[in-house]
Design a binder for this molecule. Structure first.
Ligand code: ZN
Length: 413
């Protein structure tokens, strides 16, 4: 690496009439007519016989910025003369975040380095606040700004402001290349490291757009799949919660049923009614069903439970209850049973059991007939025999115009 900050370093190029020259390209000595591009002191061209030719300052010991300024200016002059430049490769990254709180998805498209022709190129043209070293126009009319780095890199703000800004880095160029016209030209135009600060030259190319769209579509697919998954999970969670609530309720109810109190109650009722239940069993066993005969002597299951013979309570229903029911209103077995029980109260044994009937569980419950069902069975047979009618359903009954009792009344009247 050349010692570019060395104040005694010889200035490699002399300036004459706005152009830089190498010492071999101008007359020897002071008549070379060149000045130092940095300090503007007259230069002396020293043509070497054994060693390389060089410029020295006339009557000046040292010059601080001669080397940098000369190399910087010469690089610009090369590009202005050559009207071409190798531009660096570029990778254009894409990034989407289809799913919140998850890593974004990325892709990129890469364009290799490329040699471009500069249709127009000018030095030090003001671009807003900034003055790039060179302002060029490409064949597709896109602008290209070129900065030459010898000791000072591009200012950050400038880099952010100017689009399509490329920097050619000559900070590490070998001294031999500086003194060799062809080598220097090749370094500047082709080989020296170079990089983009910003570049939008490829943004509108189909390949760029396709790559971007592809990732965008993938992101959209991921987002909608994720959405669907989330909805499905929420649905499952909802159903699971509902099932859990149902299970909890079921458990509570069954726990209540199985609680000690509940067992205790059953046991108590059983114990309390034990005597009556035995008698009831005996009564059932001892019951002899009388032969059937007529509408007031119809066998029905459980009839043995009544305290009066079958024909007595049925006759009462047929001849006392039903004739007094209103023709325009339906009635139920429960209504009729109330009248029957009022007329023929339960025997003492059975009354307690009938009152507690709904609290009896298991076999005890099954062994006690439902008196409402006994009456209902009887009424159903009367309805099937057209003595009365069924009501709106099989559990309600009604009298009808012209039935046996209304006929009788009509005839009587
Ligand atoms: Zn100088």
């Amino acid at each position: 690496m050349p010692k570019k900050t060395d104040s005694n370093l010889k200035v490699p190029f002399g300036l004459k009439d706005g152009r830089l020259y190498r010492p071999d390209d101008v007359p020897s000595g002071l008549p070379c007519g060149c000045i130092c591009p940095a300090c503007e002191t007259k230069l002396v061209a020293n043509h070497g016989k054994q060693k390389r030719s060089y410029f020295s300052h006339h009557r000046t010991e040292s010059c601080a910025g001669g080397y940098e300024t000369a190399v910087h200016l010469m690089a610009k002059q090369v590009i202005l003369d050559e009207m071409r430049l190798r531009i660096p490769p570029i990778t254009i990254p894409f990034e989407f975040s289809p799913i919140e709180d998850e890593k974004p998805i990325r892709s990129s498209v890469r364009y290799p380095e490329r040699d471009v022709e500069l249709v127009v190129v000018v030095a030090e043209k003001q671009q807003g606040r900034w003055r790039p070293d060179l302002t060029a126009t490409l064949k597709n009319h896109a602008p290209l700004y070129i900065e030459i780095l010898v000791t000072h890199a591009v200012e950050e703000e400038k880099a952010e402001t100017l689009d399509n800004l490329v920097e050619v880095d000559l900070s590490n160029i070998p001294l031999e290349s500086v003194y060799d016209a062809k080598a220097f030209s090749e370094e500047v135009v082709l080989y020296a490291p170079r990089r983009w600060y910003r570049c939008s030259l490829y943004d509108d190319l189909k390949r760029t757009k396709d790559a971007r769209r592809e990732l965008e579509e993938r992101a959209a697919r991921m987002a909608s799949e994720h959405q669907a998954q989330k909805a499905e999970q929420e649905k499952k969670a909802y159903h699971a919660q509902m099932a859990q609530m149902r299970e909890e309720n079921r458990r509570k109810v069954s726990q209540r049923l199985k609680s000690k109190d509940s067992f205790k109650n059953d046991a108590l009722i059983h114990h309390k009614l034990r005597g009556q239940l035995f008698k009831l069993r005996d009564r059932k066993a001892a019951y002899v069903a009388p032969p059937a005969g007529g509408l007031d002597n119809i066998p029905v299951d459980g009839e043995w439970v009544f305290s009066v013979p079958r024909s007595t309570w049925q006759h009462y229903i047929l001849e006392d209850c039903l004739p007094n029911m209103r023709v325009d209103q339906s009635f139920t077995a429960k209504d009729i049973l109330a009248k029957v029980v009022h007329q023929f109260p339960w025997s003492q044994d059975i009354e307690a059991i009938m009152q507690m009937r709904h609290k009896l569980s298991g076999t005890d419950g099954q062994n006690v007939p439902d008196p409402e069902k006994i009456v209902a069975d009887y009424l159903r047979i009367l309805a099937l025999s057209a003595v009365i009618s069924f009501g709106a359903d099989q559990n309600s009954f009604t009298r009808f115009w012209g039935d046996r009792w209304s006929k009788h009344l009509t005839w009587k009247g």
